[in-house]
Design a protein around this ligand. Structure first.
Ligand code: GLC
Length: 549
């Protein structure tokens, strides 16, 4: 691999900017209303100009799309609606020529119910080796009519579905922590272990720089499938954060390290306990994991300061770099979240339809972007974040796709609102997402996105896109992974810190405009300064004067 981000000696991933491509909604070249790999290849110059170091592709494998690709039917191929394996290889190569690495999404907790293994398991008899790759169990009750235990699916409803026997009679139940179309794999089965290790090599051999590991803390289940207990100690939960997981990731790390340029392992680990979280980042396990504490943090100075401090404190003992994430394909779009009175994120409370001030949200998202980009570690940008796209809230129930919406009986709006196809140009749908005459996009785009397109924003120096381009360029030039972080004294409503000797970031969350340090040059600001002062909900990067000592 030839991509080289900076002259610093630190491995590339310690301070990389990783852009999440949700292929289905990125760019549609063949006109079927679904984004495709040809679309990503076509827009690589856009990504290079944006200034990102790597692309993380949400699952692009063959899938019935019961959970938008997170139900994988074959880990070694590409969904025909996205393209072919040859095209994926070309994309990985061409991106690398532009200095951009690729990260693929590995979904080890479950497969699609259309995966050959699960089809074989359903067709096989109870107790067969085919069924042992999953969690098939007899039900409770005289006729086995109740699920084997009380676990609930993360998408709502019971985590078990019953299959029929060959004679058509109700048979065993199988476990699915997510949708019924996503049966959980049994990680004590050697086939499961071996196949995943082969899949890792399959993609590493094709030049991908790393993997993002989906639902990384859920793979291992308590062998007795015990019910959840409210007072379980960390590590005792029957299906979250089990100690046996670490051995799986140690083996994966050894595979990643066996390449001349070691491959990167990034975990999707939602855990409230910072110490348990950091265990996954020990030297012989994963390199980094998403920082969901920061993602869910409200736009509030004390909470943000606490989140930053606890993030850095948790990572320090394992010497892993932090990651800074404001959004992804599962959560409310940042400008919408930051425009509400409660600016935190929680799955249980995705308040669609709550009053939202998008101008305020946009202003805070601009400041939040400068904050996240200035912090030490790597940074994730979810496609459309650089355009300041809001959550799309007016998708009708018939047009929604997300199982989270349906399995909650329609109570949860689901995640479609942050997955709407990108607007590239023009003033009406499909806004350059698809070519002329194409089928309508798989999720409807709203009216009024003409001013949010890449074309419109490229022409506007004050746009979110212009801010991202300028700030990512500055980040690359001004910051090194080794630049130390230190808070500067400030009022409690201001976050002010240095990176290295002369770079500073100031974020004002208070009502009163704040003065900037004397003699500092402003490198970039998220809002115009008012008489040299930084207004509310704004951030600035500064070059400090040389110290006189
Ligand atoms: C992860 C993905 C999410 C998916 C789930 C099940 O949380 O980010 O989109 O629905 O895993 O695979």
């Amino acid at each position: 691999m030839t991509a080289d981000r900076s002259s610093s000696d630190a491995p590339w991933w310690r301070d990389a900017v990783v852009y999440q491509v949700y292929v289905r909604s990125f760019a549609d070249v063949n006109g079927d209303g679904t984004g495709d790999l040809a679309g990503v290849i076509d827009r690589l110059p856009y990504l290079r100009e944006l200034g990102v170091d790597a692309l993380w592709f949400s699952p692009w494998y063959p899938s019935p799309m019961a959970d938008s690709g997170y139900d994988v039917a074959d880990y070694r191929a590409i969904d025909p609606s996205f393209g072919t394996l040859e095209l994926a290889e070309a994309l990985i190569r061409e991106a690398l020529v532009m200095g951009i690495r690729s990260i693929v999404d590995i979904v080890p907790n479950h497969v699609s119910d259309q995966h050959p293994w699960f089809r074989a398991a359903v067709a096989a008899d109870p107790g067969s080796p085919h069924r042992d790759r999953f969690w098939f169990r007899a039900g409770q009750g005289p006729r086995g009519e109740s699920p084997p235990n009380g676990w609930q699916s993360i998408f709502g409803g019971p985590a078990w579905t019953r299959v029929k026997d060959a004679d058509g009679e109700p048979g065993e139940w199988y476990l699915h922590l997510f949708a019924p179309e996503q049966p959980d794999l049994n990680w004590t089965n050697p086939d499961v272990v071996r196949d995943h290790e082969e899949v890792l090599r399959f993609w590493f051999d094709r030049g991908v720089a790393g993997i993002r590991i989906d639902s990384a803390a859920l793979l291992v289940k308590a062998p007795d499938l015990a019910d959840e207990t409210p007072d379980a100690k960390p590590g005792d939960h029957p299906f979250t954060d089990r100690d046996e997981l670490h051995e799986i990731y140690r083996r994966w790390r050894a595979i990643a390290d066996s390449y001349v340029e070691p491959r990167l392992l990034v975990g999707e680990i939602w855990l409230p306990d910072a110490e348990r979280f950091a265990r996954y980042l020990r030297q012989d396990e994963l390199h980094t994991a998403f920082n969901f504490d920061f993602l869910a943090c409200p736009w509030e100075p004390v909470a943000l300061r606490t989140s930053i401090d606890s993030t850095l404190a948790a990572h320090a003992p394992v010497t892993a770099p932090a990651t800074w994430v404001l959004a992804n394909h599962d959560v409310t779009r940042t400008v919408t979240r930051y425009g509400r009175s409660d600016t935190s994120f929680a799955f249980e409370a995705k308040r669609e339809g709550t009053p939202t001030d998008l101008r305020l949200g946009n202003r805070r998202a601009r400041a939040g972007a400068l904050l996240a980009m200035a912090l030490p570690g790597s940074m994730y940008v979810y496609q459309g974040e650089e355009l300041g796209l809001p959550e799309v809230e007016d998708i009708s129930s018939e047009q929604r796709q997300d199982p989270m919406h349906f399995r909650s009986g329609g109570l949860d709006p689901g995640r479609d609102g942050c997955r709407v196809p990108l607007p590239w140009s023009g003033d009406r749908p499909p806004y350059g997402f698809s070519p002329a005459g194409a089928r309508a996009p798989w999720l409807p785009q709203p009216d009024g996105w003409g001013r949010l397109t890449v074309a419109a924003q490229s022409a506007d120096p004050d746009s979110m896109l212009s801010l991202y381009r300028a700030a990512l360029g500055l980040r690359r030039r001004e910051l090194r992974a080794s630049d130390g972080f230190a808070w500067l004294p400030s009022e409690p409503t201001v976050l002010s810190f240095t990176r290295g000797a002369r770079f500073a970031c100031v974020v004002n969350l208070g009502i009163d405009p704040v003065a900037l340090p004397t003699g500092a040059d402003v490198l970039i600001a998220s809002q115009e300064l008012a008489s040299g002062r930084l207004p509310q909900d704004a951030a600035a990067w500064l070059r400090l004067p040389e110290s006189k000592e």
